[in-house]
Design a protein around this ligand. Structure first.
Ligand code: MSP
Length: 501
């Protein structure tokens, strides 16, 4: 099965921040998990470089838009390995291949009769690069997202006949209740559509920084259509000489923040229909990370959680774990450094790290470093039986937080098992030798199984641990709880989550 997952492409007018890291990590968890299951995976991320916000930011710095884009695109590109993101390609909308494909597809939309020239007059937010419709205008003619005054703008534009897609979109929503997930966002998108759709601007006349409209070179395409098309165009040139479209289109998941719902759930499927292309399977909408005080993160409020600070202090895995664990994916949630430290100490270090080091230390002390081949504990086997399937089912539905909770229940179960069985007592009594073998075999097996399912979340730590217990295979087929210990040799393991200095 093919699995194509995308992040939004990030604006290069800003520096990478926690919101970008969040979406990227969530997609990476799903991509890694699907690869473990042997699926044919393509994971795309990249940068959105055209449009007014970027041009304005560049000019404010005395730069050409392309100079600012080059500089900041590098920062986003460098962020990916820093986050341990396993993206298969990084698209930049200033790539010549992307630009040519955008022109080709939108020319087709034009040829299909979905475009006309008209006069646009309306309220525009330069930060969203979005013309607001009536129910999107906050009090005092302000942008509901940026809270800045909207600008009255009038210009001659090419328009996309979005209004004629009302019925096809309603049909799409009627037929595919999981087109947008979770369901409250499905309802939000559907009600936006049923309130009536107005045609939207497809081009801008006074902007230079964008993809030229092929049938009217004095215009560039409205940045959102150029940007949305990245999900498709990337497949046409990510692998030179190979067209990945037949293999990966339509996308399985577009993962987005709730701020860009309208573009992905209304404009995008309509544009694809207009071009005669299949629409994506799912758009998953996640919530917003808020400051520890529950307010929108902002430098002036001093409530910003800096992903680089977290990674420097506690490591990349700690950031990944925290973001997937602390805020239920799909909802909003407050985040802060104190909460990161607390999850790190109590869960990563004390529960998982400690379980691993105790297990290895006991096998070394009592069994010369060899995992006994004894039968594993049937009760524990039963409790671990459904784990791999449960995690897979949850991640199929883009529920990484719930999947992590299912895994964590087993981490806690194994810690209780250590206390219940007290191997240090069994070791004192030679008649309990078989019981000790069974206990150590079960612990090693439990740690292995948990670690395989946990790999997408904290890949570097899990790889160290699995190497230390002589079981480096990550394949999901090996995520079942074996009936016997492996007989492998274990190695000493440095603390996976050391106390921060
Ligand atoms: N360039 C557009 C997207 C085009 S996609 C065809 C854009 N870029 S952005 O740089 O502003 O990034 C937006 C994405 O970053 C959001 O959709 C979300 O995924 C993520 N986040 C930005 N701030 C966020 C939070 N505070 N919390 C969670 N995620 C947020 O919009």
């Amino acid at each position: 099965m093919s699995f194509y997952i995308t992040t939004p492409i990030y604006y290069v007018n800003a520096q990478p921040h926690l919101g970008h890291a969040y979406t990227t990590i969530a997609c990476d968890v799903m991509a890694r998990h699907m690869r473990q299951r042997g699926e044919d995976v393509f994971f795309l991320t990249g940068t959105d470089e055209h449009g007014e916000p970027v041009a304005d930011a560049a000019h404010a710095l005395g730069l050409e838009p392309k100079e600012l884009a080059d500089r900041n695109a590098e920062r986003f590109k460098a962020l990916m390995p820093r986050l341990s993101a396993s993206n298969d390609f990084f698209i930049r909308t200033s790539d010549a291949e992307h630009e040519a494909k955008v022109q080709e597809i939108l020319q087709r939309v034009y040829n299909n009769g979905h475009v006309y020239k008209g006069l646009y007059e309306g309220w525009y937010c330069p930060k969203c690069a979005d013309f607001k419709v009536e129910n999107e205008i906050a009090e005092g003619n302000r942008c509901p997202i940026h809270e800045i005054p909207l600008e009255r703008q009038q210009e001659e534009n090419w328009f996309f006949r979005l209004s004629t897609f009302q019925e096809p979109l309603e049909r799409l929503y009627a037929e595919r209740p999981d087109f947008v997930m979770p369901s409250h966002h499905f309802n939000e998108a559907r009600s936006f559509i049923s309130q009536g759709l107005q045609d939207v601007s497809l081009s801008r006349a006074h902007l230079k920084w964008g993809v030229q409209v092929p049938w009217d070179p004095s215009h560039v395409f409205y940045v959102w259509f150029d940007a949305l098309l990245n999900y498709y165009t990337a497949l046409t040139y990510a692998r030179p000489g190979e067209d990945l479209v037949p293999r990966f289109w339509p996308a399985t998941y577009h993962v987005i923040g709730k701020d860009i719902l309208k573009f992905h759930t209304v404009y995008w499927p309509a544009m694809l229909m207009a071009a005669g292309l299949p629409v994506p399977e799912h758009v998953f909408v996640h919530g917003f990370l808020l400051g520890a005080d529950g307010r929108k993160m902002s430098k002036s409020l001093g409530n910003v959680l800096d992903p680089f600070e977290v990674m420097e202090a506690l490591g990349t895995d700690a950031l990944r774990f925290y973001l997937m664990r602390d805020v239920p994916f799909g909802g909003d949630g407050a985040v802060g450094m104190q909460a990161v430290r607390s999850r790190y100490d109590t869960e990563l270090a004390n529960e998982y790290g400690n379980l691993a080091s105790r297990t290895i230390a006991m096998i070394r002390r009592y069994r010369d470093g060899v995992i006994p081949t004894a039968g594993t504990d049937p009760e524990l086997t039963a409790e671990f039986d459904g784990l791999a399937g449960e995690v897979a089912r949850l991640l199929d539905r883009a529920e990484p937080t719930q999947a992590l909770e299912a895994i964590w229940l087993r981490v806690r179960r194994l810690n209780r098992y250590v206390e219940e069985r007290a191997p240090w007592q069994l070791a004192k009594d030679p008649s309990q030798s078989n019981a000790l073998d069974q206990t150590l075999a079960s612990l090693a097996e439990g740690v292995r199984v948990i670690s395989i399912t946990l790999h997408p979340y904290i890949p570097a730590s899990v790889e160290k641990l699995l190497a230390a217990i002589g079981a480096p295979e990550l394949d999901y087929a090996g995520a079942g709880f074996a009936e016997h210990g492996s007989g492998a040799s274990v190695d000493a393991l440095e603390p996976l989550f050391p106390k921060p200095v």
